[in-house]
Design a protein around this ligand. Sequence first.
Ligand code: 7TS
Length: 406
Amino acid sequence: MSIFDIDKIRADFPELSRTVHDKPLIYLDNAASTLKCLPVIESINAHYSNEAANIHRGVHYLSEMGTIKYEQTRKSLQSFINAKQEYEVLFTKGTTESINLVAQCYAREFLKAGDEILLSTLEHHSNIVPWQMIAEITGAKVIEIPINDLGEIDQQAYKSLLNEKVKIVSTNHISNSLGTINPIKEMIKLAHDYGAIYFVDAAQSIAHEKVDVQDLDCDFLAFSSHKMFGPTGVGVLYGKEEVLNKMPPYQGGGDMIDIVSFEKTTYNTLPHKFEAGTPHIAGVIALDAAVKYIESIGLEQIKAWEHKLLSYATEEVSKIEGLKIIGTAKHKASVVSFTIDGAHPHDIGTLLDRQGIAVRTGHHCTQPLMKRFNIPATTRASFSIYNTMSEVDQLVAGIIKTKEFL
Ligand code: 7TS
């Protein structure tokens, strides 16, 4: 698609034509999960209607065809994130499981008492709690990298926290609550100068920004299919070959073994070593359709459109009296989080919902971040490729109406 054709894109997402409370749906909860495009829906339907069978173990036609398609998604993802090797792309259940896998198989194995793990205030709970669980077991310490009032990671503080005891730095690429785009390439280089490995939580960037793991030089990177128009229950963990090879397996079971005996079991090579049991076959195959869909539009075009939406939404909501945007970083993705004087976000969300507008309200699984801004919650509108300027206008009108009601 050479020209960004919003009508054509909207037609690719059937859910956009439904109503909610008798109003046309305005879906602004894309940071939580995106809607699904037709090629993904058709892929799921085709698999279960005509192609269902287990993979990696049968010699029969359907099993072999399923294996080829499943492995095709790995190839597409390798190229999508520019991984050096296909087997550096592992399938998981989602970003959360990818982080837990690295915490369990890398941190638990290699960290000892006194070692340090740096995480920023911006992190989602899934990029905090797994590390805390491992810190408790190993005696390592989790240390917070602070942010400034704009919601940007304090780079001076980051530099001063780095030392030889730091073994892992883990941050998101883009904050789910505020939309801050973090300068991870520079941060990764600094971590490597001290011999630490860097984990990138790319859950919020994968459908919005070009992610190139070789250019970033990150050691691990994770994302979820459901935030990039793909099915739920599928995620990706990228890891550098040499690091993945050092790690013990995550779960034991079928597919991850080489030879099993009661005396001694040996493990399979990458990527199978980390993929025990029957995976979400239909979901992984449909993820290929999602990757190809994003590529057919192009991340540069996606970014440009979403940036227009962000600028317009920021400008328009800022005019509303008593509304305060939380997160005003210089580099931001299409997320507008806000509070309104005298109105609880839960009430704002409920009243917007009555008008067909889906936003998320709450702490967005970032309680330390809410504490940093001294607020319990925000209302968050997060945009995707199929949103329009007219929907921004309706959001603004909806907020004004809600304010009058409250
Ligand atoms: N990391 C970030 C930055 C996220 O935004 C999320 C989900 C996760 C990790 C966890 O991803 P999962 O697919 O394993 O659940 N974020 C959100 C959100 O902002 N609203 O709902 C889920």
